[in-house]
Ligand binder design. Structure first.
Ligand code: XIL
Length: 328
């Protein structure tokens, strides 16, 4: 079982304390932003690799495996994309990007999130596919095209389909899980090179957020399809909790534990990463802020980089299911 964090360039560059905690805690890491289209593609005909290269130098020097995130997504596309991409050039834009980026780091990556978040039930299609720019420009085989191109560009990375909103016991999550499973089965039937599923695992604390049977069934179905599973972006949104800090930290810790105790016994979870190292840098304060204006406390380490209750609870779940398998 590999474990670690999404890393920010600011953390890696500016803080020895941040670097130390990464060295101490991580066997695997991922760039929070540096390997996305936007940051990598300042202009149609140029690539900016400095940040991604620097991150990889740091992780390799410290024997930390690296995940790539991501090669095909509807968000964080560069500003020029909307004006320039067309039905005529979209296929070659996608394949050239994948060849260049996955090719540059070939042999050095643990895995790539090849396609990110391609299902969106509310977009209303029967197959559940999201109305993303890639779908409208290329058509539904953009997913297959991305995976096949990634395999050619880096035959040794585990190729992953990464998705959010498929973890919980709600009808909305169950419906999305079903659409993702259909997609995975279709890809397998068509011999598309795919090795793993990334369950983002943006969790939430509060009575209505439960994790259990639906997730277990999904994990079993992934195993039957011979797909590894990575929990790729764990954090716990605490918006529904009262402000008091100790109670909040306790319930966030409960949520991590309940989730891992549902997920880990499946036996095919091979890696687990939280989306950020410590609370101060969480994306949730920008995209899902609390109504009372207090910062969210979704991660394993606090603003001073001290471990929170969630950290020890996560460790005890990992010790209970050391290889992502049966309890010892
Ligand atoms: C987020 C980053 O954390 C933010 O810094 C950025 O502004 C937007 O993207 N799902 C994903 C991640 O796959 O790439 C997203 O990361 C969080 C949701």
């Amino acid at each position: 079982m590999l474990a670690g964090f999404a890393l920010s360039m600011a953390g890696i560059r500016d803080s020895e304390a941040y670097r130390n905690i990464v060295r101490e805690q991580c066997s695997i890491a991922v760039a929070e932003n540096a390997m996305k289209w936007g940051p990598l593609r300042p202009a149609p005909d140029s690539y900016f690799f400095d940040d991604a290269d620097e991150l990889l130098r740091f992780t390799e020097a410290n024997r930390i495996r690296m995940r790539g995130h991501n090669l095909c997504w509807h968000r964080q596309l560069p500003d020029w994309f909307a004006a320039l991409a067309s039905k005529q050039n979209a296929r070659s834009l996608l394949t050239a990007h994948i060849r260049t980026v996955a090719g540059r780091y070939a042999g050095r990556m643990h895995s790539w999130d090849v396609v990110n978040e391609s299902i969106q039930i509310s977009d209303g299609r029967a197959d559940g596919l999201r109305n993303s720019p890639w779908l409208s420009l290329i058509g539904e085989d953009y997913i297959e095209l991305a995976f096949r191109t990634a395999r050619e560009a880096d035959p040794s990375a585990l190729l992953t389909y990464n998705e959010y909103g498929i973890e919980a016991e709600t009808p909305v999550h169950a419906q999305k899980r079903a659409a993702v499973m259909l997609l995975l089965r279709r890809l397998r039937q068509r011999n598309v090179p795919i090795d793993a599923v990334g369950i983002q695992s943006h969790l939430a604390a509060g009575a209505s957020h439960r994790y259990g049977e639906g997730l277990r069934t999904f994990l079993r179905e992934c195993r039957e399809l011979n797909l590894e599973v990575f929990l790729t972006e764990m954090d716990v949104d605490d918006r529904e909790l009262l402000a008091e800090r100790n109670a909040r930290d306790g319930m966030v810790a409960d949520t991590y534990e309940a989730y891992l105790n549902a997920a880990l016994p499946s036996g095919n979870v091979r890696a687990l990463l939280t989306w950020g190292v410590y609370d101060r840098q969480t994306w949730l304060d920008h995209e899902e802020p609390r109504k009372d204006g207090l910062p969210q406390r979704p991660l394993l380490f606090d603003d001073e980089l001290r471990p929170k209750p969630a950290y020890s609870r996560l460790l005890s779940s990992l010790q209970r299911y050391p290889s992502g398998g049966a309890p010892i």
